[in-house]
Write a protein that binds this ligand. Structure first.
Ligand SMILES: Cc1ncc(COP(=O)(O)O)c(C=O)c1O
Length: 403
């Protein structure tokens, strides 16, 4: 049978990235004691109040068709939230609701970029970005995020990769997997490049509520002159521990939303009213889940830094936000993938090889901060022993003079 070329463009994007995780699942099924530090699910269940809001909406019969933009109550709640956070008036007409940030990104990129377009995106990047860019036929152009700049995208690096085909810049702040938050001068310079070259800026802000360092989150949409070209995508997946509800949105210029509406309707024929009601309740109430999560994530990031930074050649990159820390394993004489494979085999700890997120992290692994402190402490102990053993066995090779 014949297939559309989109299936070729997306073939092979998923599997290999998750090889260590999948093998860890098999080992655990076979009875092995495995600590999983691979996936970043919120570490608490969806709050009772939100589950109750969903039940009430279901019982109230909120199970019919919605419309392509989203339920009016939710659109109003989103407008109120962003007006308060950005300090500029944001109207409900500037939103479209989607089942999660992922679908919002897919629709937004489909509406903006196509074959012969290039989309600039930081490398490393979240695992699905290559797919959402390639699906519509556009080409991702990786822009290296360097540890010496705190893994923050540098405007000069962006400028060096501009071409007449560049259509958009895909930002992720706070960033997965590095936990970096873009600073105001960086955002200003990126916006000024976007204005000079007539580019869209798509900003994935799904970790906005999970900052846990001193650096404040700033959306590029908050900058003067941003409104006509910045599209924010986000959801309640992380902020409210509600990933399974699949409730997100995009926020862009009104004309952009009008233009995207037929695409959203073609994809979805509207969202679920009972989920919209729950999301509205989530956005209107103070967010205690995120506040507590921030405290735990900060504590665990500190724990890892204390246990591993400088131990047996390891180096921790302390995140400013989000659910992950990065560990540089190059001092052990292995790349991140080999380190992660051997760590699973020898110590029963599953981490993500940095290479799963892009070539720039070939020497790193990503560690999820979403397990209990005691479990993370035990994992840190095993990681430190693993690194120390590697250093012992590989020291002669590491010490060999060049040539
Ligand atoms: C950077 C980033 N964007 C988007 C998503 C997907 O979010 P959602 O559940 O809202 O689709 C994730 C999930 O891990 C993520 O890390």
């Amino acid at each position: 049978m014949r297939y559309a070329s989109v299936t070729d463009r997306l073939a092979g994007l998923g599997g290999a990235k998750w090889a260590v995780h999948m093998r860890a699942v098999e080992l655990q099924r076979a009875g092995r004691d495995v600590i999983f530090l691979t996936i970043g699910e919120p570490d608490v269940p969806t709050p009772d109040a939100l589950r109750t809001a969903t039940e009430c909406a279901l019982r109230a019969g909120r199970t019919g068709y919605s419309n392509g933009r989203g339920e009016p109550g939710l659109l109003d709640a989103l407008a109120a939230r962003y007006t308060a956070r950005l300090g500029i008036p944001i109207t409900p007409e500037r939103f479209l609701c989607f089942p999660g940030t992922q679908t919002a990104l897919y629709a937004v990129l489909t509406g903006i970029a196509e074959a012969d377009c290039e989309v600039l995106v930081g490398d490393p990047m979240y695992a699905t970005y290559e797919g959402v860019i390639r699906a519509g036929g556009a080409t991702p152009i990786p822009v290296p995020l360097r540890p010496e700049h705190g893994f923050r995208l540098q405007p000069d690096d962006l400028a060096a990769r501009l071409s007449p085909r560049t259509r958009a810049v895909l930002l992720n702040t706070p960033h997965n997997p590095t936990g970096a938050i873009l600073r105001r001068p960086e955002l200003e310079a990126i916006l000024s490049l976007a204005r000079a070259h007539d580019l869209w800026i798509i900003s994935d802000e799904v970790y906005q509520d999970l900052t846990h360092g001193p650096t404040p989150f700033i959306s590029p949409l908050a900058l003067p002159g941003a409104a006509e070209r910045v599209v924010v995508c986000s959801s309640i997946s992380k902020s409210h521990a509600a990933a399974g509800f699949r409730s997100g949105w995009c926020l862009g210029p009104e004309a952009f939303c009008d233009r995207l509406l037929p695409l959203a309707e073609t994809m979805l024929f509207g969202n679920q009213p009972f989920i919209a009601d729950m999301t509205e309740a989530a956005l209107r109430a103070p967010n205690m889940v995120a506040a507590a999560m921030r405290t735990r994530l900060a504590r665990r990031a500190d724990l890892l830094a204390r246990r591993l930074d400088g131990t047996a050649g390891l180096r921790i990159h302390r995140p400013e936000a989000g659910m992950f820390a990065l560990l540089d394993v190059s001092g052990c004489g292995l790349d991140g993938t080999s380190f992660a494979e051997a760590l699973l085999d020898q110590q029963g700890v599953a981490v993500m090889p940095g290479a799963s997120f892009g070539a720039a992290l070939a020497d790193w692994v990503r560690i999820a901060l979403t397990v209990d402190d005691a479990v993370l402490d035990a994992a840190a102990e095993r990681i430190a022993s693993h690194a120390a053993a590697l250093r012992r066995t590989r020291r002669p090779a590491l010490a060999r003079p060049a040539g």
